[in-house]
Design a protein around this ligand. Structure first.
Ligand SMILES: [Zn+2]
Length: 117
């Protein structure tokens, strides 16, 4: 079954922050001596590639634009409040992907929204 585009975006966001963590991490050199970090980096790169291949290209471009501005391009919405910028009733523009997934964006901060109950 086809993964939903929103799930792919969440996965991508986590992969990118894990990649960043490896880059920032001071102990990386020690790991590299032991031959671990390289393998981890490779796996993350591979997964990023897999995810981006499955993503709607228009959506992926939007994601990249938002990712330039924020570390976490996705934000949860709870009780009608965007947890990226804390504005209520945040839903603004929508993008319907080729797979008919409906992706919503926050009117105020522009982040991609997902429902958190
Ligand atoms: Zn927002």
């Amino acid at each position: 079954m086809q993964e939903s585009q929103l799930r792919l975006l969440m996965f991508l966001q986590d992969l990118l922050s894990l990649k960043k963590e490896i880059q920032d991490f001071q102990v990386v050199e020690q790991y590299e001596e032991m031959g671990f970090a390289f393998d981890r980096k490779e796996r993350i790169e591979e997964s990023i590639k897999e995810v981006t291949e499955q993503l709607d290209q228009e959506l992926y471009q939007r994601f990249l634009q938002i990712a330039k501005k924020y570390d976490r391009p996705l934000a949860p919405v709870k009780n009608g409040v965007c947890y990226g910028c804390f504005v209520s009733a945040p839903t603004g523009s929508k993008l319907v992907t080729q797979n008919k997934d409906i992706i919503e964006f926050c009117n105020h901060c522009g982040r991609i929204l997902y429902r958190a109950g």
